[in-house]
Design a protein around this ligand. Structure first.
Ligand SMILES: *Cc1c(COP(=O)(O)O)cnc(C)c1O
Length: 370
């Protein structure tokens, strides 16, 4: 039996009529760049996260970069980021000319370790970017206390955590803003690229709308240096259709995670993800850990089970950051986990019998290798 890591085609077929209708509505109106479909989606996405404003942009990376530009992060500033994240988080910092300062993850939930943050703060530190990695909120209560004490801005990287909550509060609403990605494989995925920033701050919203459109508030009046970060009309219309299904899809992801955990509970070689108390983990990824990761991944691949590694090389050890002179051993937990983590198939399209098959193949691997 073949089990895909992700099945975007089945998802499309489950909502085909609605999607096809939304696409032709955009074509009929020819509202291709920003416009009414983007505006409608922004309103609904803001409502879904309980924020006043949402600004659609054309990727999660653009969302982070625009937020940092709007908050005037610049050369000479330091921004704290987790070492355990996708490269776009520190990359957005570097795009402003500022310096990313990496912080190790804590061992249970994979997110930035709040207890390691204070040691990384200097007089140049301006901001913390917590990432809600794999779909689980970072420890925001602790983070906000530290941020307030040191007068630091907090911008949340919510690219993997649409509609995740901590103590009932949505990710993206703890800091000054939250940045989302709608890359096709994300929990809410465009049919192309997309991103958004949610915020309650009216000034920030106004500035973000200008930055995404060449610094204009009024046509051809450029008040600041921006970018072309506009969200396409087609993506806005598609995302608006998918947003209606997101809560239900998230529930299915959570049920699938429970099935995995139950079936793997007697497999001592495998560590399954833990949920923080009071967190709604949205399982963008279902990440296990095992000391025989490479062999297990190869075995599953030979049996047509798709897996991934998120991420194999920690950010501070990437070639692009060689100039920051980090060394192996600087972020011990992140580095140890990079060799052990394996992402199993996860989506709302995944069926119980497929999860059973994946788990029985994992158990078969360990039975034959010990
Ligand atoms: C996907 C992702 C991004 C970047 O989003 P894009 O839409 O691909 O630009 C940023 N941060 C994290 C944690 C991500 O997973």
């Amino acid at each position: 039996m073949k089990v895909n890591f992700l099945d975007l085609k089945s998802q499309y077929h489950s909502i085909k009529a609605e999607i096809d209708q939304a696409i032709s509505a955009v074509l009929e109106k020819s509202a291709f760049a920003s416009g009414p479909f983007v505006k409608a989606f922004e309103e609904n996405f803001a409502r879904a996260h309980g924020t006043k404003y949402c600004v659609g942009v054309n990727s999660g990376t653009a969302a982070l970069h625009a937020a940092l530009m709007a908050l005037e992060i610049k050369a000479g500033d330091e921004v704290l980021v987790p070492a355990n994240t996708f490269f776009a988080t520190p990359e957005a910092v570097s795009l402003t000319g500022a310096t990313p300062v990496f912080v190790d993850c804590e061992p249970h939930y994979y997110n930035i370790d709040p207890d390691a943050i204070e040691a990384a703060i200097t007089e140049k530190t301006k901001m913390i970017i917590p990432v809600h990695l794999y779909g689980q909120p970072a420890q925001m209560d602790k983070m906000m206390v530290i941020a307030q004490k040191h007068n630091l801005l907090v911008v949340e990287d919510c690219a993997q955590a649409h509609m995740a909550t901590s103590n009932g509060k949505s990710v993206g609403t703890f800091g000054i803003c939250g940045c989302f990605s709608f890359y096709p494989g994300k929990n809410l995925g465009a049919y192309g690229e997309g991103g958004a920033i949610v915020t309650d701050d009216e000034d920030l919203c106004r500035k973000l709308r200008m930055i995404r459109d060449h610094g204009m508030a009024q046509k051809y009046h450029h008040d600041l240096i921006g970018h072309n970060y506009r969200l396409e009309g087609l993506q806005g219309a598609i995302l608006d259709v998918k947003l209606k299904h997101l809560d239900e899809w998230t529930t299915v992801r959570r049920i699938n995670a429970d099935i995995y955990r139950r079936l793997l509970s007697d497999c001592s070689e495998v560590n399954t993800p833990a949920e923080m108390p009071d967190a709604r983990h949205v399982y963008h990824l279902f990440v296990i850990r095992t000391k025989e990761r490479d062999e297990l991944q190869k075995y599953l691949g030979e049996h047509e089970i798709g897996t991934g590694i998120h991420y194999p090389i920690p950010c501070h050890l990437q070639k692009a950051y060689a100039f920051l002179s980090y060394n192996a051993g600087d972020m011990p937990t992140t580095e140890e986990y990079a060799d052990d983590i394996l992402s199993l198939p996860m989506s709302e399209q995944l069926k119980e019998h497929e999860i059973e098959h994946v788990c029985s193949m994992i158990k078969e691997f360990f039975a034959n290798h010990h």
